[in-house]
Design a protein around this ligand. Structure first.
Ligand SMILES: Cc1cc2nc3c(=O)[nH]c(=O)nc-3n(C[C@H](O)[C@H](O)[C@H](O)COP(=O)(O)O)c2cc1C
Length: 238
């Protein structure tokens, strides 16, 4: 397949266009940040890259805390709006009819309409040219109750999260697999063959058996500190 070379640019996609909140319950602001991601699982660490010219940048410097609110596709207009207008001159929460609720562990409010929220405490700030990177510990996570089943699994497929790719917004689309599914063994019930030498030999040649054995995964849960609304939830997969 032929490829075209482009000039170097920030072209990772898709990204989550997060609604980031800063400040406290009295004085706060909200802006859209797409330059974000996970830095480490243990301890859970994230970052946001924010231009020094943003009104929120100053508030981040003072409060050293922020909340990453993951918006649903239904909030696409609000996501765009808070990413265009500055909070220096208006209350973007009011303009977008967004609801501030108290976060569990940090001062900035959580956006009630966002199904998932990561509460973060800044540990380091690094200048990266156009943007400053605020690295942070994720100190608490909260999630709309109805997304969590009785076993504590979060059903992201019901969150209808918004995605962003090179200046355009998308819905997330269908779930087409899950972590590690490519190494799954055929289910025993469906493949009940007698355990003859021949059958066992054939099984071992199957591409599903040839891949490296799956590391035994301990069921991970967010620590007690990250317990949202009194429920334990499983930590995200890398
Ligand atoms: C989809 C989208 C993604 C954005 N991502 C970032 C980002 O990662 N970092 C950043 O500094 N600004 C980003 N912006 C721009 C800010 O959200 C925007 O300048 C906002 O008005 C700043 O608000 P404030 O002045 O109230 O802090 C983004 C805007 C949009 C619409």
């Amino acid at each position: 397949m032929k490829r075209k070379n482009l000039s170097p640019g920030a072209l990772t996609a898709p990204l989550p266009p997060c609604m980031v909140t800063v400040g406290d319950m009295e004085k706060n602001n909200i802006l859209t940040v797409a330059w974000t991601g996970i830095l480490a699982t243990v301890p859970p660490k994230t970052y946001i890259s924010v231009r020094p010219s943003r009104h929120s940048h100053g508030m981040l410097g003072v409060g050293q805390e922020f909340v990453i609110n993951l918006p649903p596709a239904s909030l696409v207009k609000e996501v765009d709006f808070v990413g265009i207008y500055t909070g220096a001159k208006m209350d973007k929460f009011e303009r977008c009819s967004l609801t501030r609720v108290k976060s569990q562990k940090v001062s900035p409010p959580t956006v009630a309409e966002c199904p998932i929220a990561l509460e973060c405490r800044v540990t380091e700030v690094i200048s990266m040219g156009s943007h400053d990177v605020f690295m942070a510990d994720i100190v608490s996570v909260s999630c709309h109750d109805e997304l969590i089943d009785s076993e504590g699994k979060i059903h992201f497929e019901n969150a209808d999260l918004l995605a962003y790719a090179h200046g355009e917004y998308y819905t997330l689309g269908e779930r087409i697999g899950r972590f590690g599914f490519s190494t799954d063994k055929p289910r025993r019930q469906e493949n009940k063959k007698p355990k003859t030498d021949e059958n066992l030999k054939a099984e071992s040649k199957s591409p599903f058996y040839e891949s490296a054995p799956r590391a035994k995964q301990k069921k991970k849960t967010v620590s007690d500190k990250g317990k949202p609304h009194g429920k334990r939830i499983k930590a995200g997969k890398e």
